[in-house]
Design a protein around this ligand. Sequence first.
Ligand code: FAD
Ligand code: NAD
Length: 468
Amino acid sequence: MEKFDVTVIGSGPGGYVAAIRCAQLGMKTAIIERYPSLGGTCLNVGCIPSKALLDSSEHYFNAAHNFTTHGIEVKGLKVNLEQMIARKRDVVKITCDGINFLMKKNKITVFNGHGSFVNKNTVEITKADGSKEQIESAKTIIATGSKPSSLPGIEIDKKRVITSTEALELQEIPKHLVVIGGGVIGLELGSVYARLGAKVSVVEFMDGIIGTMDKGLGKELQRVLKKELGFEFYLKHKVTGVSAKKNEVTVTAENSKGEKVELKSDYCLVAVGRKPYTDNLGLDKAGVKTDNRGKVETDDHLQTNVPGIYAIGDVVKGAMLAHKAEEEGVFVAELMAGQKPHINYNLVPGVVYTWPEVASVGLTEEQLKEQNKKYKTGSFSFKASGRARASMDTDGFIKVLADTDTDEVLGVHMIGPRAADMIAEAVIAMEYRASAEDIARTCHAHPSFTESFKEACLDATGKRSIHM
Ligand code: FAD
Ligand code: NAD
């Protein structure tokens, strides 16, 4: 039986990053992936393909609706969905091939097959042809990720009632797409098809969309999605049934007053969250415990109840985000090598890749109120930004929350052009415990979207914004 210092089960952003860091630190490392292609949910059916389609659909939308204002006339514009999906597949393939290259470069042994614990130190790999092989490992990292959740009594037939995975491979643009769940997946993939011409209706259980983010962001995003893309929202509606007949799906829902709505569409995207993926992993054979939501239980060092077995990413507690999984992969590898790594979970940014983009880091206003913290706010609207006017991206704002007494920035919440990239400045500033004054006194290039962050900080520290 081949022996390794570390075996990683799962090759998503948690697993492959952990494997690379282990190898860099001198450990003999194996990685097991049940699918032929490495990269996990993120590279194959998550972050990368969804952003490829978001980019393509945004180009189309701008060409159809905004180019004329810029003085660009386009005749005969139409969508070639087949080509759009083919380009997305190419992007995925090149990105996944890159992970194969990185495994070779770092001398990591890749096993393609389903991994399952035989005992604490042995994992069995079942390959596609049914053959089995066992390997032994001093330490193991569980990085098996997550898969889409559903609702009780709803059958996902993967044809008309679909998850994000199928939504990334549709053969036609829906005429009407009903999305269950006003979270990240529903709004990102809803945007893709709305931009391409579909009517999109979102049915959401809570009283707002993107519910875990600062409330102001959800309100503004809802307003813009209605105005720009014609989204319909059914908030505070509980879905009571979904049935598919031939090409038609019927979704029934009920609001808090008991009033019923019935929505007929050609596709229904179920996007109500994801659940940890531990199917046939043999956790019981290794003695690893899970919590009441099926997540692998870990301590503060991401070690399970079994010494030497660690778990990271979507399969453990915390935000289900690729960059959180990556940080945890590095953390565990360095911990195993005797280092003292640290993750500041409060500073894991969250991003929604709609347009305008939404991005957030630190505490929300709702959390600050709950914690009875004294805070001050500063904000700046993109309407007052020359750069945003030049690019016709004036929807949205940046909000900065800072400690009333010390001026330390406690949270930054933005909706606007390129917020996904701009949030990095706020993360770095907060990692160094910057005050709003520190950022307000830092020179920002003109004209740039980031000037709006400086202006929001000026507003937070003494209401001295220059341009508003
Ligand atoms: P995963 O990426 O899920 O990888 C786990 C891997 O383990 C899979 O390849 C699986 O096949 C394998 N595996 C499972 N069990 C076994 C086994 N027993 N043996 C062998 N292999 C096994 N996050 C972001 O941060 N930004 C985004 O823009 C973003 N967009 C997303 C868009 C969509 C449509 C979806 C669905 C998700 C998106 N996410 C995004 C979330 C992100 O994909 C996940 O948080 C991330 O992939 C989690 O990484 P992971 O390594 O924990 O698990
Ligand atoms: P989510 O948790 O973001 O949103 C699910 C939504 O469904 C919530 O608003 C919830 O209130 C609603 N919901 C739940 N039950 C419902 C019901 N019965 N009827 C109506 N609404 C209901 O989950 P998601 O959008 O499926 O995304 C899954 C995970 O993938 C998230 O954790 C997210 O972090 C990750 N993801 C991240 C990105 C990104 O970072 N840009 C993109 C896509 C996915």
